[in-house]
Ligand binder design. Sequence first.
Ligand SMILES: [Zn+2]
Length: 285
Amino acid sequence: MAFIRHEPEGEAIPLVLDSPHSGDTYPDDFDHAPARAIVRRAEDTHVATLWRAAPAHGATLLEARFPRAYIDPNRSLSDIDPELLADTWPEPLEPTRKTRQGIGLVWRVARGGTPMYARKLTSAEIAARIDRYWRPYHAELDTMLDAHRRRFGAVWHINCHSMPAVGDALSDDPGRERADFVLGDRDGTTCEPGFTQLVTDTLRHFGYAVAVNDPYKGVEIVRKHGRPAENRHSLQVEIKRTLYMDEQTLQQNAGFARLEADLARLTATIAGFIRDRLHSLPPIR
Ligand SMILES: [Zn+2]
């Protein structure tokens, strides 16, 4: 199964969270060259667990099961590195900066820069990953957002991630220490500005350092699903991993419980914001 859906407990509100990169079920045909412990550093380990209180506030949480290094739902289908392929991709490719960094739709390198594969992949292998994981994940997220928007007139979406504490060679900010949280709305294009502001202000009030659109603006998921003109509001939230885990062993650290509690408080604040916003929307039909 590509994903798990965590349904709201009690009354649903139009708040959807998705955790696309915390999956740790490794398919048998991954065939990666580096040790699993190295490959796993690509994961946003524990992110779905950090947000597990969200359904108690009426939110729905979509959790990817598959590892993002195998196929990355936060990349577009044309963001494929031709260098990976033993044959020719049947459609035109538009590799982005992510692919040039080795972390496109299918990662060419593991964290630290070692090659992910000892061989070339066939187009059929990549197409199978897209059909089994990428498409079902996006279809489910789209269905969830659309159903909430039709029922309530609007939907708010948090795209949940975590990031290394310091930019590495695969990133745009090598060697730079990150803020505790980096929010991305692709420069104000994927959600209403008030939503980004609410999350920024709430986290700062909790004592966290928050950056907006620096160095992460949000990638394919918020770009594809966030349409504020249609009252679909998507915001990417990146959490610095050292707040909650050891980046080498991937084990939760002493900060995990506090962060989890703060994300529950943030979710409660967002739920209040959404209830207020729904009152100010024109009536549906
Ligand atoms: Zn991520």
